[in-house]
Each structure stands twice: as structure tokens, then as C-alpha cells.
Design a protein around this ligand. Structure first.
Ligand code: MF3
Ligand code: CO
Length: 260
């Protein structure tokens, strides 16, 4: 069953999403060569709590942190630790916050220092693929339209989309129905209705779409060791289109490229 949110519930989700995106921006601002992913996790947790939220990920199915920090060929769910970020690397930062029983979920991938042109292109395309997916969200459209828009954009630019992990409904639970794949056929899948809230989160790879699980049971990395990028917004289906709940007031899409 897909839970439709009332206007009052959407107002709570807007607050949760506001906390999540502000905390994410604080983490992004702290990314410099030499910082450890554990330092970033601490900032994530402190910021979420300072803004009145509770970290969504901490303890979720046993996950041990508030932040996922996935470096280079790590796709998602990298566990923060002693690893120091180095100039020329990229890091995907993903966090969620819960307020008054509702979750907000967002992610961004950023460069550390100066990165290669192909890495910059990967970040640009992955971010734009998310925007393409969001643009397809409106009442009457289908989930396959969203996945197809993401896949078409990424593949047209020479990248692949991860199939083994998807976005998801989000609300009273971090993960709700429906699953939101980052690929698909236009005109297929669940019909979108006002009040649905979706975490759309393309994972875009430089090489193969295939991924593998690390022995820690969480970290997902690319099978070929090439780079991967991940961007995520929590989006509500509205009467006339969509609202990016994790958008910043002035520019909904720009969290993503820079926190301003
Ligand atoms: N945004 C990610 C997801 O929806 C984060 C989940 S990490 C976990 O899959 F620790 F909470 F599982
Ligand atoms: Co998510």
C-alpha cells in the first residue's frame, strides 16, 4: 500500500526535509582534503540534532552511523571511519532526518579539491539525471516515466545506472512503497498521485552498472572499480506537478551542485 500524505503531514515532511538538507549542506561545507569520513558523520549527527531532528539512518537495520559516505568507486552505504579524504577523490554524502514521525532523505556527491574532468562530468550528469527524473513527476505520470528519464539521460551521456538499488517511498518510514528504480519503460509502473512522497536517488556509474557488496555487509561498490556518483531528493507529488521537499528555498535543484 502506498501511503498518501495529507497537507498536514506534508507540512511535517517539509520540516524534516529542511533539517536533512541543511545538515547535508553543513557536511558538504566541511569536505576538505584530510577530513575523515568519521568527522563528517559527527557533523551530520550534530547538525541534525541541533536543528531539532533525529538521524534517520543511525540504528536503521543496525546501520552504525548518521551519514553514509561513499568514496570513489563506492556507490552507496559507505560506513564512516578513519579514512581521510584526499585531493582528487569524490565522495557521496547521504543522510536522513526524522521530525515528529516523518523522514526526509537526501544525498549529494562532491569533489575533494581538484578532480579530473571525467569525474566532474560524472557529477554533472548524475545530478542532471536526478533533475530529469524529478521533472517527470506529476499526477498521472508513472514510475516508469521517472526511471526512464533518469536512465535515458545518464546513458545518453555515456554512463550507466545501478539496477540493484533503487529509490523509495518515504514518510513515516525511511523506506516505504513504492520502489523507485532508476531505469524503466515509459508508461509502465505505478501511477503517481498527489500526496505520494518519493526519495528519488540515481546512482550513476562511469563504467559497468554492476555492483558488489563489501564484506562489512553495507558498502556497495562498482564491480569494475570505476567511479560512481549518487544524488537524492525527497519529492512530493502535488496537484499540478511536484515539490522538491529537500530543496533549498531559493533554488530547489542547487543543493546538489553547491550548498550556496
Ligand atoms: N538514502 C539511502 C537509502 O535510502 C540511505 C539508507 S542508509 C541506511 O537507501 F543506513 F539507513 F540504510
Ligand atoms: Co534514500
Amino acid at each position: 500500500m502506498i501511503a498518501l500524505k495529507s497537507p498536514a503531514e506534508l507540512a511535517v515532511m517539509r520540516r524534516a526535509c529542511g533539517v536533512a538538507v541543511r545538515a547535508l549542506c553543513a557536511v558538504v561545507d566541511a569536505v576538505v582534503p584530510g577530513v575523515t569520513t568519521r568527522d563528517l558523520d559527527r557533523i551530520a549527527e550534530d547538525q541534525i540534532r541541533a536543528l531539532g531532528g533525529v538521524p534517520s539512518f543511525l540504528g536503521y537495520r543496525g546501520y552504525p552511523a548518521s551519514l553514509c559516505a561513499s568514496v570513489n568507486d563506492e556507490v552507496v552505504h559507505g560506513i564512516p571511519g578513519r579514512r581521510k579524504l584526499r585531493d582528487g577523490e569524490i565522495v557521496s554524502l547521504d543522510l536522513g532526518a526524522v521530525i515528529d514521525g516523518f523522514h526526509g532523505d537526501c544525498a549529494v556527491t562532491v569533489p575533494i579539491g581538484t578532480v579530473s574532468e571525467p569525474a566532474r562530468e560524472l557529477l554533472r550528469v548524475a545530478s542532471a539525471a536526478l533533475s530529469e527524473g524529478i521533472r517527470a513527476v506529476r499526477p498521472g505520470a508513472r514510475l516508469g516515466d521517472v526511471g526512464a528519464a533518469i536512465q535515458r539521460y545518464a546513458e545518453r551521456h555515456g554512463f550507466s545506472v545501478v539496477r540493484d538499488f533503487a529509490g523509495h517511498g518515504v514518510g513515516r518510514s525511511l523506506h516505504e512503497e513504492p520502489q523507485v528504480p532508476n531505469f524503466g519503460r515509459p508508461g509502465s509502473g505505478v501511477v503517481l498521485r498527489p500526496g505520494m512522497t518519493l526519495a528519488i536517488e540515481p546512482m550513476v556509474n562511469a563504467g559497468t552498472h554492476e555492483v558488489m557488496m563489501e564484506s562489512d555487509g553495507w558498502t556497495v561498490r562498482t564491480k569494475d572499480g570505476r567511479l560512481s556518483a549518487h544524488f537524492e531528493h525527497t519529492v512530493a507529488v502535488t496537484a499540478d506537478g511536484h515539490e522538491v521537499l529537500t530543496g533549498l528555498p531559493d533554488d530547489a535543484s542547487s543543493i546538489i551542485s553547491d550548498c550556496g
